[in-house]
Structure formats: C-alpha cells, structure tokens
Design a protein around this ligand. Structure first.
Ligand code: DHB
Length: 490
C-alpha cells in the first residue's frame, strides 16, 4: 500500500475512534486548580474542578458541563463546620433563568444576576457561602430553549434542561466513592425557572419517564434522587399556571409589563379581548384545585367554589398574613399597608383583594401559554424543528397563530405536581420554598399547591412568602444554610 493511502486510512480510523469514544464519566481527583477565595471574613482554599462534561454523549459541551469545588481541608483530614470529607453535603445551585441555556456557576460569579433588582453588593454568592460553611459545591450547566446545534436544530427544548441536571446528579452519585462529600446529601438550589428545575429534581428522583433521554446523552449509570430542595419563586406547574394567574388577578385590568433583565415598563390596560380571556381562565381554576384533593394541617379538604372563594383562598391569604407578622416582629412599621388589620402587634386580618391590588398584575392573560406563542414557555415547549408550541387546551383552542400543542408526555415531565410521592419515584424528603409577597411572575397558589401536596404526602416542607420581596432569589442565604445544616446534622 502506498504511504499516502495508509496515512489516509489511519486518519480515517482515528477520526472514527474519536467519534465513538464517549467522554469519561470518571471523576479524576488529581485534575484541579487551587483557588484561594475571600468569603466575608474568611479565606478558603478550594480545589476547583471546572468544565467537567458530565455525560458520555454530549449534545452541547458548552452547557452539559459542571464545576465542582471542594474545600482543600477535606484532602488534609480536617473538618469544617462539623463536616468531614466523608459527610460533607453537596450544594447544587443552578443558574437557569427564563428557561434559557445556563452555564454552571463559578466562584467568580457576581451576587445574584438579572433577577435581583437591588442586591447588596458586598454579599457573597450562595456558592461561596456554601464553601465557607464546609459544603462541597457542584454546579451544572444545562441546555435551554433557544439552543441550536450546528445544523440549526433546536437542542434545548423541554425536557432537555431537567434531563441535563438529572444527568449531572447521576455523575455525582456515580463518583461518590471517589470524591469527598456525601452524594446522598445533595441539596439543589435555583430561582424562577431555575427554581422550577430545582422542584423537578426534587420531585422526580429516579422516575423512569426521563430514562430514555438520560440514556441518549450517555448519563452515568446511577440514581438521580436528591436529599433536599431549595426553590425561590419556582415558575412551575406551567400547564395550570394560566388559570391560577387569572384566579388571582381577574379584575385587575392594568399591568406593569416586564422584561428579562428587570427593566420596568409603564402601566398599560388590558384589552377587552384580554379581559374576556381572563374571565374564561379564572373559572377553570377551582375544578383543577378541587381535583387535587389537598388538605390543610387540620385534615380539612381544601376547595374553591365556582366564584373562586373558599378555604384554599383563605390558606393562601394566611401565608401573606404570616409574612406580615414576621416583618412586624422585626419592629418594621407596616402602617402604610392598609390592607392589613394590625392590633397589639398582631396581624389580625388581611383584605386579600386589596393586597392583590397592591401586588399588581405583571402579565397579560394567558400569562404563560400566550395565544400568539410569544412567551418563554411557548418556546420551552417547542421541538427540534419548531420554535414554539402551545401546552394547554385553552391555548390550542384559542390560538391566534398556526401552532401545534406539545407532546403530553413532555408537558407531564415538566410539572413536579405529577411526580411527588409517586410509584418508582424517590421524591426529596426536605423542601424549602420561598416566593416573595411582591412577586407577580406567577400566582401565589403555585407554591402553595406544591407545598401542600408535599406536606400531604408526608414530606418536610417549609414555605414562606418573604415580605415585599419581588421576583428574586438567594436573598436569605444565612437562613437557607441554617435550614440545610439542621437537616444534615440530625
Ligand atoms: C422566569 C420568569 C418568568 O416570569 C417566566 O415566565 C419564566 C422564567 C425567570 O426569571 O426565570
């Protein structure tokens, strides 16, 4: 054989091998860079394992990669905050926002990105605080709704994002013996769409629905259930979020508008057609809520009548009262909030409708499955070749554009309500959900329904609506880690 032919054959076979050898799923503890971090008053040295592709057959290595940070102390037999190399919990924050593609978090990130309008600039990120408290941090990137491959095919539509985060959890469990930290103590954290991802990770552990997707990307052969969920303002239960929004905001006919990045748009009026849509959606909510058969702490069935009133509404209002009470207990003057009745430093009652006027509407109806297909969620539910689809019957029936409806199995996979405590599912035992009392990105009822379902199925839930907080996350990091420490040190 001529030399040139031989070379050509060699090159060809090398290329074939390169294409078939999958990325290694084995964590190599020797491949790190040392970083010294100033966190508040502390100086912490960590081993940084960055940009680890966490699946065998990645679709997009710019996103399907993870950063792992491990305190140096754990390689020297030391302990931090009572944790050791054997039992340190793993904090798993994601940076998903707007159901967009997300890079993994790094030690260099600025505190809270786009969703927090007024972050305290000196505050370290949750990732850094976690390291200072002896947690191991693993943060995975994930594909998102606008991502395309090099052929122009969408590669991050639902359920890609949650599948990626589950694959990253599998990587951590697969490598548990070879890595400091306890992969049975993974605590997920996220805000908004990232909060929704966090709730999905917690609700759906090991459920077989996701298996074909995980296999396709070559996820490690391991489980993907997690220990605890922290979720800030989860934008979830998308297929019922439109009716929930109108149950809450019907009759409020002006809206503030919104844009990613927090820019404030002047108030506008709903059109007659939009008010009509609001009325149609509002009346759909009681049937959905009643079918959930949720119960309050006393075991009473929670329900709503045809007008949208009932003890479920009272329960939602009671969370806002509790929030106000907590603020009052800090000696904050709440006299400007005239919808509260306060006597002897006690919040006695709330005029819930007046509170909702104070909160104000942000989105036009339908808030999520937009009839013109323009919402982030329409885009989330697109396909490889279609940018957007509907995902509710109402959206499909009333569409203003040529659009299909997403596959029911995929809609199902994006809603944690379908998985809590189900067969073949290891739902996280511990949950902390926060939704600001001034957050109008989704209905307050979304978090109340999820928390009540979890509670009814025997999971440990801590839900609160921090006073006057707008749509944002990671604003109470000390409390968050106190909560996790209490769980992990039991
Ligand atoms: C986010 C906010 C929204 O209002 C929404 O519909 C989807 C995502 C976000 O901030 O991630």
């Amino acid at each position: 054989m001529k030399n040139s032919v031989l070379l050509w054959l060699l090159l060809l076979s090398a290329k074939a091998v390169a294409q078939t050898i999958p990325f290694s799923l084995h964590f190599d503890p020797t491949k790190y860079q040392s970083q010294t971090l100033n966190i508040g008053e502390q100086t912490v040295t960590v081993r940084a394992y960055e940009n680890l592709v966490y699946v065998g057959n990645p679709v997009d290595t710019a996103y399907q990669k993870m950063n792992i940070y491990i305190p140096e102390a754990y390689f020297n037999g030391k302990s931090i905050n009572g944790y050791t190399a054997q039992n340190a919990p793993i904090f798993f924050p994601n940076k998903v926002g707007g159901y967009m593609p997300a890079k993994p978090a790094t030690t260099q990130d600025k505190p809270m990105g786009m969703r927090s309008p007024s972050p305290t600039p000196v505050q370290p990120t949750a990732l850094l605080v976690a390291l200072s408290k002896g947690y191991i941090v693993a943060s995975a990137g994930a594909r998102g709704r606008v991502l395309k491959d090099n052929k122009g095919i969408f590669s991050g539509k639902a359920p890609a994002g949650i599948v990626d985060l589950k694959a990253a959890i599998r990587f951590l469990k697969f490598n548990d013996a070879n890595m400091p930290g306890d992969a049975n103590k993974i605590i997920s954290n996220g805000t908004s769409a990232g909060g929704a991802m966090s709730t999905l990770l917690g609700a759906t552990g090991n459920n077989p629905d996701y298996e074909p997707y995980l296999q396709a990307i070559g996820a490690a052969k391991a489980k993907d259930d997690i220990f605890a969920v922290s979720a800030y303002c989860p934008i979830t239960n998308l297929d019922h979020a439109d009716m929930a929004y109108e149950w809450q905001f019907y009759g409020i006919n002006t809206y503030k508008g919104w844009s990613f990045g927090g820019g404030n748009v002047p108030s506008k009026n709903l059109s007659d057609a939009q008010i009509n849509v609001s009325a149609q959606l509002k009346v759909l909510f009681p049937a959905y809520l009643n079918a959930l058969k949720l119960k309050d702490k006393q075991g009473n069935l929670l329900s709503l009548d045809d007008t949208g009133n009932g003890n479920f509404k009272t329960l939602v209002a009671s969370y806002i009262m509790a929030s106000a009470q907590k603020e009052l207990d800090k000696n904050t003057d709440l006299s400007a909030f005239t919808f509260l009745t306060i006597r002897n430093n006690t919040v006695e009652s709330i005029d819930f409708d007046a509170y909702l006027k104070h909160l104000g509407r942000q989105k036009t109806p339908p808030a999520f499955d937009a009839l013109d297909g323009s919402s982030p969620e329409n885009s989330l539910f697109g396909t490889a070749t279609t940018d957007m689809q509907h995902f509710t019957t109402f959206g499909k029936d009333n569409t203003l554009v040529e659009a299909q409806t997403a596959n029911q199995a995929i809609i199902r996979m994006m809603n944690p309500m379908n998985y809590v405590g189900q067969k073949n599912t290891a739902t996280a035992k511990h949950w902390r959900i926060r939704h600001g009392s001034k957050d109008k990105d989704t209905s307050l009822s979304i978090s109340v329904m999820l928390a009540t379902l979890l509670d009814n199925k025997g999971y440990d839930v801590n839900l609160a609506f921090p006073w006057e907080r707008p749509h944002s996350g990671d604003y109470d990091i000390d409390e968050l880690f106190q909560w996790i420490d209490t769980l992990c040190k039991k």
